[in-house]
Design a protein around this ligand. Structure first.
Ligand code: FMN
Ligand code: SF4
Length: 237
């Protein structure tokens, strides 16, 4: 939120950065079949981050995130992927991990706010669903697994107009055939993401990224890396 220059300071200046990008893309590629969209962190979750009421406060204020997604729609956004957090500060909000899983529910609120503020034609895509996996997670211990799985929340949120689609991040690394296996009724064969976030450790250390739980090469890469460089103190990008 700081910086008194063309793209800093006021909301108008900060939004200009992405708005100009949209205008350039639309000008260069004059084809209605070429879809354009953005992934937006709706609330970054730290004082002064996007979605807070000012540079020195942690008070939440969604007016700028709402204005931004509406502004993107006006400039031709066909879809918005709704994210949260800032990977270098609040990573566990961007991708809820098994130590702090409960932040995932905030994403549903953000998806709903975006959905309610945009035209029905603009596709709202939810993110951060990997933590739910097959329901074997640390969320709500007294709730049956069938009511806290990825499939349950994806179906529920899409049917209740919270979002139109879901995007899958870490679970794609763990098993890119998950959708196929689900479609074919082979759910017991799915390699589920454990939300350990070891893949992000590989990324932070600038190594080739893959799932260290289900991919032997990646698992060895991580072991060798930790031997050589030690464990990361903070998993922040
Ligand atoms: C290894 C790794 C790399 C990622 N790189 C990006 C990126 O470049 N840009 C981005 O917007 N999100 C990135 N993400 C975040 C994911 O797209 C996704 O928003 C997040 O992991 C939450 O979804 P999930 O619970 O399905 O994993 C990355 C995540 C992981 C694990
Ligand atoms: S390393 Fe594999 S299991 Fe762990 S978070 Fe990444 S994709 Fe999921």
């Amino acid at each position: 939120m700081t910086g008194d220059w063309k793209y800093g300071g006021s909301f108008e200046n900060r939004a200009r950065f992405v708005y100009e990008g949209y205008e350039r893309i639309k000008k260069e590629i004059n084809d209605p079949n070429f879809i354009v969209g953005s992934k937006i962190s709706f609330w970054e979750g730290f004082p002064g981050g996007f979605g807070s009421a000012g540079p020195d406060t942690a008070i939440i204020d969604y007016s700028e995130p709402i204005a931004l997604v509406k502004g993107l729609q006006e400039r031709g956004a066909d879809f918005i992927i709704v994210s949260a957090g800032c990977p270098s500060i609040t990573l566990a909000l961007s991708q809820p991990d098994r130590r702090i899983p409960d932040q995932v529910y905030l994403h549903h609120t953000f998806q709903k706010i975006v959905k309610d503020n945009l035209d029905p034609e603009t596709v709202v895509i939810g993110s951060a669903y990997s933590i739910f996996r097959d329901g074997k997670n640390n969320l709500q211990p007294r709730v049956p697994e069938s009511k806290k799985s990825l499939k349950y929340w994806a179906n529920k949120n899409i049917s209740e107009n919270v979002c139109d689609m879901i995007a899958i991040g870490r679970q794609t690394l763990a098993d890119c055939y998950m959708p196929k296996k689900m479609k074919e009724g082979r759910e017991e064969e799915i390699n589920w993401c454990t939300a350990c976030d070891n893949c992000i450790e590989l990324l932070i250390q600038q190594e080739a990224v893959n799932c260290t739980v289900h991919n032997k090469e990646a698992s060895k890469r991580l072991k060798d890396l930790r031997k050589e460089k030690g464990r990361l103190r903070y998993k922040l990008t």
